[in-house]
Design a protein. Structure first.
Length: 260
């Protein structure tokens, strides 16, 4: 299914029906990833209808070679909600998806009831950024080397040894190089600091204590900036806490949203 953004770009989205009576949940993936990011844990939220989308540049969505931004991705998500006739949803965004979710709650407060921000940051101007060493390691030309670095940033070695993959959080392999670059710039340029204090939605912030891809100090930084927010740190988890530590993370999300 497709929604049409304000500029005519087609945004692919996916709907999985859940039990009636609960507000739908919009799931927003990380940078340069499509909806498959959520495949390992989507069933954990089956008590409600879940909506995912392919960001422009990924999956089945159009791939214009133009400037992308996290506020722009948020507007694409609004186009999806409009296409579905959904006036209000809960939103769970992880990594860059958490950056997009921030803008959804800032720009469209009437559309977001509960907000969950996972392994994310307010942006470069105030957030804690990954080290230059990590940036250099991720800039190598060899795809296998980059994937190895990403896997280590996402998961603990013990878990990887027991779960040889595939890993749905390593990026959309079908993306053209220009689209990957556009996503990187959009995420790097994210800066929602001034708007965070206007967020009206009750907010849960989740982060792994061992996350160095988006340093864990960002969790409390966001919790202190956003009204009616609190942070939960998941001990031992790296960036893909929601996958490796799903038995901890998913109930935290479900319980938080059930109490709204």
């Amino acid at each position: 299914m497709f929604a049409e953004a304000a500029d005519g770009c087609r945004i692919a989205y996916q709907l999985e029906e859940g039990a009636p009576g609960n507000l739908p949940l919009l799931l927003l993936a990380g940078q340069a990833n499509n909806h498959h990011w959520w495949d390992p844990v989507r069933a954990d939220f089956s008590l409600r209808t879940t909506i995912t989308l392919d960001y422009r540049g990924t999956g089945a969505s159009d791939r214009p070679d133009e400037i992308y931004s996290t506020p722009g991705f948020a507007e694409d998500a609004i186009a999806v909600l409009d296409a579905l006739g959904l006036a209000r949803v809960d939103v769970y965004g992880a990594s860059m998806g958490g950056r997009v979710a921030q803008w959804l709650a800032i720009l469209h407060p009437d559309r977001v009831r509960g907000l969950v921000l996972g392994c994310t940051s307010p942006g470069r101007s105030h957030g804690f950024e990954r080290s230059q060493e990590i940036r250099r390691a991720l800039s190598v030309r060899d795809q296998a080397e980059r994937d190895a670095v990403l896997i280590d940033l996402m998961y603990t070695p013990d878990w990887v040894a027991r779960h040889p993959g595939p890993y749905p959080v390593l990026g959309d392999a079908t993306m053209p190089a220009y689209a990957k670059g556009r996503h990187l710039v959009a995420s790097n340029n994210h800066d929602a600091w001034e708007g965070l204090e206007t967020i009206q939605s009750p907010t849960l912030i989740l982060h792994g204590t061992e996350d160095i891809f988006s340093p864990a100090a960002n969790a409390q930084l966001l919790a202190d900036r956003i009204p009616n927010a609190h942070a939960e740190l998941i001990g031992g988890a790296r960036h893909a806490y929601f996958h490796e530590y799903r038995e901890t993370a998913s109930p935290l999300v479900n319980n938080f949203l059930a109490e709204l």
